[in-house]
Design a protein around this ligand. Sequence first.
Ligand SMILES: [Zn+2]
Length: 329
Amino acid sequence: MHSPFSRKLAHNSFCILSCQFIAAITSVFVVTMPGLAAEPGSLESHHKSARLVLANARKMIEPTLSPEELTIARSIVYRINGGPGIGAFAAYKDGRRLIVISAGMVQMFDWLYDLATIEFELSRKGCFQEYISYLEDGMIRNQKAIVNGLPLSPVKNPFTFANDTDGQCGRLTTADFIAIPDFGLNKAKAIEASIVFLYLHELGHHVLDHVLETKDRNARDLTKSRDQEDKADRYAVVTALGANYSLVPATPWYLYIAIFGGNSIEAENSASHPLGIRRILSVYDETIDYYDRDPQAWRGELSYQDLLAGLNEQRSQVRALLQSLDERH
Ligand SMILES: [Zn+2]
């Protein structure tokens, strides 16, 4: 069966939309370090990438904000957490606004990009699901270890996993990756866009006044918090486009929320984030709406018609991919 995650998608021809490169981050694809259980310091390259992208993203975005938004953005303390945790959040603590992005999250983006490449670009069918099951087990195990104060156990990256197991991932060499045209560049762009997405989503929570409201966590109801997640996503997309930056290449972020952000109805009922698939599709809806409303906003090389045709095609590819991921459950 033809994979819905077509070569095109894996290849980030996502850069059909302006795909500017704001930070020259290097993507190291062979990491021997253990993930999740990483010793402090071993996430150094991901920590550096996050810091660099965040600094450049702020330079790009802040001049495009309204005076009110800018005041809020400038009052935020931005922090990159070097620990093995995964995630990003916006908070209000001791009278200060805070945005925290973990270096572990950037490592996760790195791995998911490699994993998608192994499955779809290097045609190792079944590798994706096999690795995700392994990863989920490792995450659950380590979560329990943290709670019980036990040492964490290493989780392999997709490359090491492929070479250590006799499953669908098969044996791989670095040459397999190097042979893919522009692999490193496209991967760096995808990781960059994913970090920018995290930043703008959390900025959205501050600007849209979600953070102060959630101080009383008991008052948080599910429908409201899902609605806030959706609004923060849309804020991120539109704010990025206002700076002529597209979040469409953020494939590792899409994969992350498709896998961990509630890709089943059960998860949808229990999680505060809206169904992963819907979150991703709304990125496309919002992008397409943006250019529908204001064709002049498009400043790329492609014709406006080609842009919209490309976006619509990608949206259906993503829909098909996510539906196939959802069928695992
Ligand atoms: Zn959120």
